[in-house]
Design a protein around this ligand. Structure first.
Ligand code: NAD
Ligand code: UD1
Length: 331
């Protein structure tokens, strides 16, 4: 299939482009490189031997998007493009609503115009909000605690409404839990600028010596070791879920939400110790106050992914930390 991948130069997008090529598809990237670099295209070529057609523009640019849809008859779209930093979204809500909502609306309108009816959308476990009990199941009410999260809740609703209005449309909304790790080649991975907000990118910088220690944000949660529990998922497994989701849209109509996680929760300290095993060093940490808005536990009920997509995670935390460490030590 010819598949448009918006945000395909980003962390999850680049791994998905590799998985699509390996599955025999032809991906096309649109990315404005606001949070990535065209250098990833070389890395994808080294991994797969394929030069992926890539177009540098903002998905909100409807005339450029229309021109691309006129040139290529896409069979499906995977929509990753968006801003994703929670704290930044609290500081700059209009940027987040503008970029994330407008990109989705322009994309859906262009798909409609060109009779492209299949979409896979990057949603997030953040839509379960702070009140639902774990494990999170897809039928639970959704809500958010920050502008980033609200854009996910809202785009899901927009897609559901479009699927009602256009009976031929087929949409899969994948609710990712905590994607970490890197491609086993060490050529693509996650390397945020500045001080990372998320756990594994922060641990990476402690392991490279760029940061002195991990601040464990919350040690008094009602969890086995007092630290927060999350469902960490290897980005290579997550990429495979997209290949399965695109296949699923064939011959289907309507919209569906699907959790993508391992179904297993790991504590902050367990992740830190897994990373110590991967890099062969002791990594210092200090206890720090809870982060505002954090919940004790977050992990997925994964039955729907298995039933509908035939997908389940294969890789564990040691694989995630090993591949993350290979990526940072090679780059
Ligand atoms: P990323 O920032 O690495 O990738 C997003 C890509 O989209 C970047 O390459 C960026 O340059 C591009 N982009 C942003 N706005 C654009 C626009 N208007 N037009 C064109 N390109 C644009 O992020 P990621 O971690 O790969 O996340 C991909 C998607 O998955 C995002 O929608 C994110 O919200 C969602 N998600 C990520 C996580 C996570 O932990 N990484 C968790 C849940 C959901
Ligand atoms: C983050 C996002 C959330 C998104 C999710 C999945 C934030 C505030 N929330 O949440 O919207 O859906 O990723 O991608 O960014 N921790 C530390 N020290 C640190 C960083 C984190 O101890 O320096 C702890 C946290 O308290 C938490 C765990 O590590 O218990 C994981 O944190 P993080 O990687 O930010 O993921 P989420 O909290 O799930």
């Amino acid at each position: 299939m010819d598949i448009l991948v918006t945000g395909g130069a980003g962390y999850i997008g680049s791994h998905t482009v590799v998985a699509l090529i390996e599955a025999g598809h032809t991906p096309y990237i649109v990315d404005n490189y606001s949070n990535s670099s065209p250098a990833v295209l070389d890395a994808i070529r080294k991994i797969t031997g394929v030069s992926v057609p890539a177009f540098k523009f903002d998905v909100q640019d409807e005339s450029k998007l229309n021109r691309l849809f006129s040139r290529v008859s896409f069979d499906a779209v995977i929509h990753f493009a968006g801003l994703k930093a929670v704290a930044e979204s609290v500081e700059r809500p209009l940027e987040y609503y503008d970029n994330n909502l407008q990109s989705a609306i322009v994309l859906l309108r262009t798909m409609r115009k060109h009779y492209v009816n299949r979409i896979v959308f990057s949603s997030s476990a953040t839509v379960y909000g702070p009140k639902n009990p774990v494990p999170f199941t897809e039928g639970m009410d959704t809500c958010a605690t920050n502008p980033y999260g609200w854009t996910k809740v809202m785009i899901e609703q927009i897609i559901r409404d479009v699927c009602v209005a256009i009976p031929d449309m087929s949409a899969v909304m994948l609710r990712y839990f905590n994607p970490v790790g890197a491609h086993p080649s060490g050529l693509i991975g996650e390397n945020p600028n500045g001080i990372p907000n998320n756990l594994v990118p922060y641990i990476q910088k402690v392991a490279t010596g760029d940061l002195p220690h991990l601040n464990v944000t919350g040690t008094d949660y009602d969890t086995p070791d007092g630290t927060g529990v999350r469902d960490y998922l290897h980005v290579v497994d997550l990429a495979q879920a997209h290949v399965k989701a695109v296949d699923y849209t064939l011959g289907k109509t309507g919209s569906v939400e699907i959790n993508v996680g391992t179904g297993k929760g790991e504590s902050v300290l367990n992740m830190l110790h897994a990373y110590e095993r991967a890099c062969g060093k002791t990594l210092p940490y200090v206890a720090a106050p809870r982060r505002a808005g954090d919940i004790a536990e977050c992990f997925a009920d994964t039955r729907k992914a298995k039933e509908l997509l035939g997908w389940e995670a294969k890789l564990g935390v040691d694989d995630m930390c090993r591949d993350s460490w290979r990526f940072v030590s090679q780059n």
